[in-house]
Design a protein around this ligand. Structure first.
Ligand code: IPE
Ligand code: IPE
Ligand code: MG
Ligand code: MG
Ligand code: MG
Length: 294
């Protein structure tokens, strides 16, 4: 499958499933359910579901088997975006090409919609994964990636680093947690859904971490070099907020080189796969991560 086809299929599948399984907007409390759907159906790239789907296929599973993991990852990720945009965090007005949830609704609704998407992600895994051992493994992977040692811990460190003298080690420490942890979980959860063995899971986690690092370096680069219309979120915010980004630490050229290095590292994590065809989509996703423009 070509990369475009993979991304399109993952998008269509996950959006269909999310539409079926998120609480309907007409159900009380309506404002909360409307806000959850507003954030989820604003047109994200659905990259984490695509990674989960490709990883599941790489270990002999199917895209359908990865669907509970894919939906849970997208809900968790969307919650992280809603909260990342709040005035107390990055204070952003634009997300996925639309006003942020706290702008379109209000701050309390944005906080609660994020909370609800997070709990719904875990509920979704427990309800939709038939094998209880597999469900527990998926819940554990996502919880660790989202928690204090992962995304939330990284978000805290990102805020605390504002205005500090940037250095590469600190930026990588932040990136590994706020972004790469969820990428690692995306690859591992796809693997778990498809019945991966321990060696495969280790390789998939390594792939995901490197991919996430490449992804966040490029996110930092695009914040400096692109525009809000292309990104669907406000460009140029990182410098204005004195964020400790990759370009702030090492400059744009070295950042680009580093992104390529991480993408190659992601691809090398899959070197042990005997069948190259089965990891072709994961390899292509690593390429996409550094060539993307939004
Ligand atoms: C944005 O993630 C947040 C970061 C980790 C940089 P994405 O760029 O994947 O956002 P969407 O899902 O496509 O909107
Ligand atoms: C946030 O990183 C990553 C998350 C955990 C949401 P950024 O703050 O750089 O993400 P954007 O640029 O707002 O999407
Ligand atoms: Mg942020
Ligand atoms: Mg932000
Ligand atoms: Mg950013």
């Amino acid at each position: 499958m070509s990369l475009d086809a993979l991304l399109q299929a993952a998008r269509a599948d996950v959006e269909g499933a999310l539409d079926r399984w998120l609480p309907p907007a007409a159900r009380e409390p309506r404002r909360l359910h409307e806000a959850m759907r507003y954030a989820v159906f604003a047109g994200g790239k659905r990259l984490r579901p695509a990674i989960a789907s490709a990883a599941c296929c790489a270990v002999g599973g199917t895209a359908a088997l990865a669907m509970p993991a894919a939906c849970a990852l997208e809900m968790l990720h969307t919650y992280s975006l809603i909260h990342d945009d709040l005035p107390a965090l990055d204070d952003d007005d634009l997300r996925r090409g639309r006003p942020t949830v706290h702008k379109n609704f209000d701050e309390a609704t944005a906080i609660l919609a994020g909370d609800a998407l997070q709990t719904h992600a875990f509920e979704f895994l427990v309800v939709h994964v038939a094998d209880p051992l597999r469900a527990v493994a998926l819940v554990r992977e996502l919880a660790v990636a989202a928690g204090t040692q992962g995304m939330v811990g990284g978000e805290m460190a990102d805020l605390e680093a504002e205005g500090e003298q940037p250095d590469r080690a600190s930026v990588e420490w932040i990136h590994e947690r706020k972004t790469a942890a969820l990428f690692s979980a995306s690859a591992a959860m796809g693997g778990i859904s498809g019945g991966a063995d321990e060696a495969q899971l280790t390789a998939l986690r390594q792939y995901g971490v490197a991919l996430g690092l490449a992804f966040q370096v490029v996110d930092d680069i695009l914040d400096e070099t692109s525009d809000s219309a292309t990104l669907g979120k406000s460009a140029g915010k990182d410098r204005a907020a004195h964020k400790m980004t990759y370009p702030a630490a090492v400059g744009l050229d070295a950042s680009r080189q580093r992104a390529t290095h991480f993408a190659q590292q992601a691809q090398h994590a899959l070197d042990a796969w005997p069948d190259r065809d089965s990891v072709a989509s994961l390899v292509a996703l690593a390429e996409f991560t550094v060539t993307r423009i939004s």
